[in-house]
Design a protein around this ligand. Structure first.
Ligand SMILES: Cc1ncc(COP(=O)(O)O)c(C=O)c1O
Length: 457
């Protein structure tokens, strides 16, 4: 597997040229495209040859069948799910991390990378109002961050003994948390889904009543999940009140800020997320509203005792790794031993663009959702379900149409992309506007596009 310098340069430059072209032409590209399994398997499932082929020949199949058939998450008119508006500097950072093949599981294997990841964690913690002693680590994304936090909560509050233990969260909570509880061995009967109120925030009276009933029944309430920005509508649970309830009942309070916690970078976000700093742990995904390419999530745990106590296991062959107490071994803070260096992209892009650019980018997300709401209202064809908050607006057509059909048509045409959700049992569309490169015109045209598609149904 050896190439000459010349061959490496040729391949490298051709990849960089492709990436520059990608970033430069985003608005003219499709926002999304999908093919059926039958269409793609037939062309892609050809056997690997014993003899290799030229790099460009291999690339041809990717450019024909793979790269175009996907959601274009960085596209300025991509409003589906939670977009990932990436940037070129972070892309290059990922290339470096992969090219240098950096292992960031232990101080011994990478003292420089570990120290750099610490600076990223400390910055994120300070940004979210967490104290200096907060510990954390970068992970693959929100699902992994939530699993890491809940494993820590299980140890801190239950010493891993889960019989009779109960966790509480609203009906708007992300599925990754429920999956994490399942992975951790909790049964359905130990999970309480609390109804959300008219604003899609957890109902505090229902929450309190359920906790009291569980206590009276001899169960052990141990964990409360707060949404710091729900995926469907951007709703933020009443964090301060939940922190008081968690304290009163000696429960762990975890905030899922996978998409929303980045909003602490701007004033409107900080106001919406008041109380975030009171949580015991927090998930935050730089690959969402911090403009990083996949994958990078982050988990923060306020009390520095817990991550290390939850995850450290001393293996004989790692004795050299564990020799110096003051060294940080990220393998002792989470699930992975071998882990890459995804912290590098956040660090490098923060350095190159500066924090103010990130702040402006996040604030722009709020403004774009305001504009989308105004345009939807102006059309007279759409009703707002939930007002613009945390860069999300949800809406439904004035006629009882199938909103999933709208999504299908939008995907077919490829001009923009958005997805649907269900709010209090009714279908709705939503736009998540966290891409700072989205122009006002992109929003105006997307709303016109949706209005036209809906009128044709
Ligand atoms: C609120 C919330 N939590 C968790 C997740 C899961 O994050 P990931 O897809 O990075 O695992 C998401 C994803 O959109 C999310 O919006």
């Amino acid at each position: 597997m050896k190439l000459t310098r010349e061959q490496m340069r040729e391949i490298g430059y051709s990849v960089v040229d492709r990436l520059v072209e990608h970033f430069e032409t985003l608005p003219e590209q499709r926002a999304a495209q999908k093919r059926t399994p039958a269409e793609l398997y037939s062309t892609l499932q050809t056997p690997f040859d014993e003899q290799g082929m030229a790099f460009e020949a291999a690339m041809a199949a990717l450019e024909r069948d793979v790269f175009p058939n996907r959601m274009n998450n960085t596209h300025p008119r991509f409003f589906a799910f939670v977009p990932s508006p990436s940037n070129f500097v972070s892309t290059m950072a990922d290339t470096l991390a992969s090219g240098l093949n950096i292992f960031n599981g232990s101080w011994m294997s990478g003292s420089g990378p570990a120290a750099l990841e610490m600076t990223v964690i400390d910055w994120l913690a300070a940004q979210c109002g967490f104290p200096q002693e907060t510990e954390g680590l970068c992970v693959s994304g929100g699902s992994n961050a939530n699993l890491t936090a809940l494993t820590t909560a299980r140890f801190a509050k239950l010493n891993h003994r889960i019989a009779g233990a109960v966790a509480y969260f609203s009906d708007q909570t992300h599925s990754s948390l429920i999956r994490a509880f399942h992975v951790l061995g909790f049964e359905e009967a130990q999970l309480r889904t609390i109804a959300s109120d008219a604003e899609y925030r957890i109902s505090l009276p229902d929450l309190l009543q359920t906790i009291e009933a569980d206590r009276a029944a001899g169960l052990r309430p141990f964990c409360l999940i707060a949404n710091a920005g729900t995926t469907s509508t951007g709703a933020v649970d009443p964090l301060t009140e939940m922190a008081a309830i968690a304290k009163q009942h000696d429960m762990w309070l975890h905030a899922d800020g996978a998409y929303g916690a980045a909003a602490t970078l701007c004033e409107r976000g900080r106001a919406a997320l008041r109380g975030l700093e009171l949580c015991d742990s927090l998930s935050i995904d730089p690959h969402k509203w911090m403009f990083q390419p996949f994958e990078i999530g982050c988990v923060l745990v306020k009390d520095p005792r817990w991550l290390k106590q939850t995850f450290t296991i001393h293996a004989e062959y790692l004795q050299d790794v564990h020799r110096y107490e003051e060294e940080i071994n990220f393998c002792d803070r989470g699930i992975q031993l071998t882990r890459g260096f995804n912290a590098l992209k956040l660090w490098l892009s923060l350095r190159v663009f500066g924090v103010a650019e990130f702040r402006r980018g996040v604030a722009r997300g709020f403004e774009l959702a305001d504009l989308a709401e105004a345009e939807l209202r102006k059309s007279g064809q759409w009703e707002i379900c939930t007002r613009s908050q945390m860069a999300i607006v949800s809406f439904k057509h004035v006629r009882a149409i199938d909103h999933q059909r709208v999504v299908e048509k939008v995907l077919e045409e490829g001009f923009a992309m958005l997805t649907s959700t269900v709010l209090k049992g009714h279908g709705a569309l939503r736009m998540c506007t966290i891409n700072p490169n989205t122009t006002d015109d992109d929003i105006v045209q997307t709303v016109e596009h949706l209005t036209r598609i809906a009128s044709e149904l």
